[in-house]
Design a protein around this ligand. Structure first.
Ligand SMILES: N[C@@H](CCC(=O)N[C@@H](CS)C(=O)NCC(=O)O)C(=O)O
Length: 244
């Protein structure tokens, strides 16, 4: 267990940040949270932690200081996927990375599948109103990579942590009609994902929801509230016929 202080910079809407929170919680880490509001410009001091101004980030080590006054002595770490690897390394007892090299590689491959083949079609269909077919094909590929039962590689790992915040939001957006897609494309996605073909993917989503680190934190109503006014989603409303 790491004896160093950890301060975690995050926001409730942020799926990238949720990855890191999940890893910290799975590891049983003790950490301080600095929560930003959605859409706010980051204060000047935050750029000392992440020069990109993005969340998530953590400070690691150094003295205990107020979260808005980062110490020069702490390590400043950002980018969610390297942070997952970091947390897995400093908390080896949490087994967030499988000890078997084959499973470990499969976990990393699953993450790359999401990053390289699923994320853009997800953004396309939900935020740009692109056709549904590419995201359905991408989910099929992701599904094929899942272990026959259990989590992505069987045991829970950083693969699930990296993907869960995105696929869970995707399913929530679809269920609640949030997104830039047309009614027809929305129905197409709902019908496809609800069909027998995607049974393994649906089971995976259900298993993620039941994982305590996710279950204890996932708040559907809050997510809807935080996302419903997303500028990408507004396009859907603009496309609908305006009543005379
Ligand atoms: N590649 C980064 C992406 C981080 C990212 O885009 N974070 C969003 C929130 S989910 C953000 O900070 N957006 C605010 C901004 O871009 O200023 C990671 O994996 O950590």
């Amino acid at each position: 267990m790491s004896g160093q202080q950890i301060t975690f910079y995050t926001a409730a809407y942020s799926p990238f940040s949720e990855r890191v929170r999940l890893a910290l919680d799975e590891a049983g880490a003790k950490y301080t949270v600095h929560e930003f509001d959605k859409g706010r410009t980051k204060p000047e001091w935050y750029y000392k932690i992440n020069p990109l101004g993005k969340i998530p980030a953590i400070t690691y080590g150094g003295p205990e200081v107020p979260s808005d006054q980062p110490s020069p002595e702490s390590a400043k770490l950002f980018e969610s996927l390297p942070l997952l690897e970091f947390i897995a390394e400093i908390y080896p007892d949490a087994h967030l990375l499988p000890s078997d090299p084959v499973l470990r590689t499969k976990a990393r491959t699953f993450i790359q599948l999401y990053v390289n083949y699923v994320h853009d079609p997800f953004k396309g269909a939900f935020f740009l109103g692109s056709p549904a077919e590419p995201i359905l094909q991408a989910i099929e590929k992701l599904q094929q990579a899942l272990a026959p039962t259990g989590f992505a590689v069987g045991q829970f790992s950083i693969a699930d942590i990296a993907v869960a915040p995105f696929v869970m939001r995707m399913m929530l957006f679809l269920k609640t009609g949030l997104g830039a897609y047309s009614n027809e494309e929305g129905q197409k996605m709902r019908d496809a994902i609800g069909s027998e073909k995607f049974a393994r993917f649906r089971q995976y989503i259900q298993d993620l929801h039941e994982r305590p680190s996710i279950k204890n934190h996932w708040d559907e109503a809050l997510q809807i509230e935080l996302w419903k006014n997303h500028p990408g989603f507004q396009r859907k409303a603009a496309k609908q016929p305006v009543a005379a």
